[in-house]
Write a protein that binds this ligand. Structure first.
Ligand code: ADP
Ligand code: MG
Length: 223
């Protein structure tokens, strides 16, 4: 499903260059739950942005579900992001003025679903994450864990082939974090491919397999 080879990415900071990813090769098969574990500044978000087709590598190859990302047009990349990938972020990235239901509806409408279909799907996925009775609440009327559940429902509603979760428990207390990880675990048990990015060893253990990222380089995890 994901096939990265010899991927590198640098940022220019004034006159100096920061090498965020240094010759990364990484594969994940459909149905896998893989954690990418590394400390702050190791390149995790840079890798997530590339995996999610939000950014491009300087060099190296990326095939997603057989598609050569380096040779895709902006239009094709937008299609891939909308149809193949579900994003979950540390800070939930919900629209604060919209209620839970509307937050889940937005990407569905954007994808061309009718208002009625969007509402039905949004309602179904909110129920799946245990928020049936919170549809009309706005993010600030909900706890962090509930907000992350909305973000999960929003990602699921588009039926992505891959879920990319960047520190999904990073803003949550331990107990709530464990609950969110249980939801991801259950989704994976039903076949959902998940790439989890985290600095937390405990959290990474919820995945089937982990790789370590250190200073932009990737290593198999020594558990
Ligand atoms: P992580 O998510 O593991 O904390 P990042 O991918 O955010 O790591 O960052 C990796 C390295 O790249 C760090 O040294 C960071 O300072 C640098 N970096 C990240 N984004 C940018 C940017 N937009 N401009 C310049 N440097 C960046
Ligand atoms: Mg990060």
């Amino acid at each position: 499903m994901i096939d990265l080879t010899h991927l590198s990415k640098s940022y220019l900071m004034g006159d100096s260059e920061v090498k965020a990813l240094d010759d990364i090769s990484f594969q994940a098969a459909a149905g896998e739950f893989v954690a990418i574990l590394g400390p702050s500044g190791s390149g995790k978000s840079t890798l997530m942005n590339i995996l999610g087709c939000l950014d491009m590598p300087d060099s190296g190859q990326y095939f997603l579900d057989g598609i050569d990302i380096n040779h895709s047009t902006d239009n094709e990349l937008a299609q891939i992001r909308n149809h193949k990938i579900g994003f979950i972020f540390q800070n939930f990235n919900l629209l604060s003025k919209l209620n839970a239901l509307e937050n889940v509806e937005v990407p569905l409408m954007y994808k061309g679903a009718s208002a009625r279909e969007s509402k039905e799907l949004a309602s179904y996925y909110l129920e799946r994450v245990g928020l049936k009775d919170r549809e009309k609440h706005t993010p600030k009327e909900l706890s962090g864990g509930q907000q992350q559940r909305i973000a999960i429902a929003r990602a699921l509603a588009c039926r992505p082939q891959i879920i990319l979760a960047d520190e999904p428990t990073g803003a949550l207390d331990q107990k709530t974090g464990r609950e969110i990880m249980e939801i991801l675990r259950e989704l994976n048990d039903l076949g959902q491919t998940i790439i989890l990015i985290t600095h937390d060893t405990q959290i990474s253990r919820q995945a089937d397999r982990a790789v370590n990222i250190v200073d932009g380089r990737i290593f198999p995890e020594l558990r």
